[in-house]
Design a protein around this ligand. Structure first.
Ligand SMILES: Cc1cc2nc3c(=O)[nH]c(=O)nc-3n(C[C@H](O)[C@H](O)[C@H](O)COP(=O)(O)OP(=O)(O)OC[C@H]3O[C@@H](n4cnc5c(N)ncnc54)[C@H](O)[C@@H]3O)c2cc1C
Length: 554
């Protein structure tokens, strides 16, 4: 003892966990592999396995950490006083963007449409978001811009080939000189984000009338993410009403378009992504769609970004629960490995169930997006996307926090992954239509197209008879929906129930019995009072935990 003290040794490091690195994000995720096969993308297995190896490697995971530790910086002017509006990023951010684009996360369903195309892209996005969520913002916006852009073939003809190209070209040069382009979105203004009809940015026609006509835009945008994108889908008030525009960062003559970045937002999360406040000082833009139809035109884009929020939050849940499962498979307390402690098993299994439900719903919608020519699938996309966006994104912050608590005190430390996961966790719920807005959109869809609700129930009744709790739940939900009184006030409760119904139905059809039964027995009763770790007796928690635990030795 005396010798040890002389050497200055205080203790040996024991009972601590090693980093969760060098594991395959695809092959170590049974639920993901099953979903990919089931929803029509079995053909992508080899590629997804390779992508899983890349994204789970220690070296690659480090890129996500670096891109968030060294966030973007804005230079408004050069040293001579010229306006430059230049945002610079850490090289890790560029590496992540390059991988995303080279793997078609921004375009594959548009360039190679086939059964399973959206499913395979969703699987890749799910893995890549576990490395870093922030860079996914411009990737999603670029991907999502295509349906809106296609409403104006004159623009799509010129822009789509470079938008969908698998070339990441971050050079700050005019779009005509670039090989690959990225697209952002500028709708939100200070006075209103959800209610874009309140937009005050004005658009003045400056040339010949007709599709893709040119305008000048004057106004401000209070949230513009990824301001180094090559062009932005913008809403502004034209003489005929709120209209959608494509606004390039450079004019066709090679001069800088007056799209001025005032400052970058100081965000609590989503750090690797730059989000800016901007002013449009007579900026050139081309009309997308018709004058006065701006909301309808940009909704084509927003539907896609909402779907990506589902993928992103499902990925956030998977990343968090993977860390918790890994930690608790090694760390001991009171003489037992944590995942052998009965109460911790309850918590872990419960966290896994949310993650399983989130993934199952997301991948089902991906398949529906692959099959929109089928009216049932199209109706399902319309209704189940806001249901899923609301529910999955809203569950994620609580899920991240609870997974963090599984690590104990070190979970809170900045040198681990949880502060980033936790800070990221509310973002998807807030942007692209916050929680209430999603619930109101569900009501709107049901009101404007009552067939959407029938399609929803058809989907849920595929599991009819498989679970008495689900059958009872669905009956009660139908009754609830039949009551129109105060329906807006009750909308969250209704959407909660819809989300749980469709997740339970999917799990009953496709997940192992122990997962589906535990999901139904724990979630299909009282809504709103469920804390993690309150699974009822009789649940096969060992099997649930074992299935989801990532292994670094396989
Ligand atoms: C990190 C980040 C990046 C962003 N990037 C972009 C971007 O690139 N481009 C862009 O255009 N925007 C962007 N946004 C803005 C975002 O889309 C808006 O913040 C969001 O749409 C909400 O708008 P708001 O902030 O004005 O809130 P408000 O519209 O004022 O809403 C406040 C609250 O009221 C609720 N609410 C609204 N209407 C109703 C109603 N009728 N009934 C009940 N409740 C209601 C909302 O759900 C919300 O909870 C970004 C936001 C964040 C956080």
């Amino acid at each position: 003892m005396k010798d040890r003290m002389l050497l200055g040794e205080t203790h040996s490091v024991e009972n601590v966990v090693r980093e969760l690195v060098d594991f395959n994000l695809y092959l170590q995720d049974a639920a993901l592999q099953e979903a990919v096969r089931r929803e029509g993308a079995a053909w992508a297995h080899e590629d997804l396995a390779a992508f899983g190896a890349l994204t789970g490697s220690g070296e690659y995971l480090t890129l996500g950490a670096l891109a968030n530790r060294y966030g973007p910086e804005l230079e408004t002017h050069d040293r001579f006083g010229n306006r430059i509006d230049l945002v610079t990023f850490h090289p890790a951010y560029h590496s992540l963007m390059k991988t995303s684009i080279e793997n078609g996360l921004h375009s594959s369903p548009w360039t190679e449409p086939k059964p399973g195309a959206h499913v395979a892209r969703a699987a890749r996005t799910y893995m890549h978001t576990q490395v870093d969520a922030g860079h996914g913002c411009p990737i999603t916006m670029t991907f999502a811009a295509i349906p809106s852009l296609r409403t104006t073939p004159e623009l799509a003809r010129n822009w789509e080939p470079k938008i969908t190209a698998r070339i990441y070209d971050p050079r700050n040069v005019p779009y005509a000189d670039k090989l690959g382009l990225t697209i952002g979105m500028a709708m939100t203004e200070k006075q209103g984000g959800s209610d874009v009809r309140a937009n005050t940015t004005r658009a003045y026609p400056i040339g010949a009338e007709g599709p893709a006509a040119a305008y000048e835009l004057i106004g401000h945008k209070y949230f513009v993410s990824a301001p180094m994108c090559d062009a932005f889908m913008v809403l502004a008030q034209a003489p005929g009403g709120l209209t959608c525009f494509l606004l390039p960062r450079w004019r066709p003559d090679g001069t800088k378009n007056p799209f001025q970045v005032l400052r970058l937002k100081r965000k609590m999360g989503n750090i690797s992504n730059a989000t800016s406040e901007t002013e449009l000082r007579g900026a050139l833009a081309w009309r997308v769609g018709e004058e006065g139809r701006g909301v309808r035109t940009i909704l084509e884009m927003v539907a896609m970004t909402r779907f990506d929020c589902m993928i992103g939050s499902s990925a956030g849940q998977r990343a968090a629960v993977s860390q918790a499962l890994h930690h608790c498979s090694i760390r001991t307390a009171f003489g037992k490995v944590l995942n052998q402690q009965p109460l911790m098993r309850n918590v872990l299994a419960d966290l896994v169930l949310d993650s399983e439900g989130a993934l199952a719903l997301t991948m089902r919608i991906a398949r529906a997006m692959d099959n929109r020519a089928d009216p049932h699938e199209d109706l399902l996309v319309r209704l189940a996307t806001p249901v899923g966006k609301y529910w999955i994104c809203k569950r994620t912050p609580g899920h991240a926090y609870e997974a963090m608590e599984c690590i104990g005190g070190s979970g809170v430390m900045e040198d681990g992954p949880f502060p980033r996961l936790f800070r990221e966790s509310p973002v998807n719920a807030i942007w692209e239509g916050s929680g209430n807005v999603q619930c109101l959109d569900v009501l709107r869809a049901m009101r404007n197209a009552p067939d959407t609700l029938e399609a929803f129930f058809q989907e849920v009744t595929k599991a009819q008879g498989a679970s008495a709790p689900l059958d009872r739940w669905v009956d009660a939900l139908r009754k609830e929906l039949g009551d129109e009184d105060d329906i807006e006030y009750r909308a969250r409760d209704i959407v909660d129930r819809m989300a749980l119904a469709i997740q339970a139905a999917l799990l009953l059809q496709h997940a192992p019995t122990h997962v589906a039964d535990a999901f139904c027995s724990s979630r299909l009763h009282v809504v709103g009072t469920h804390n993690y770790g309150t699974l009822p007796r009789g649940v096969d928690r060992a099997a649930i935990i074992d299935r989801a635990t990532p292994r670094t030795d396989a």
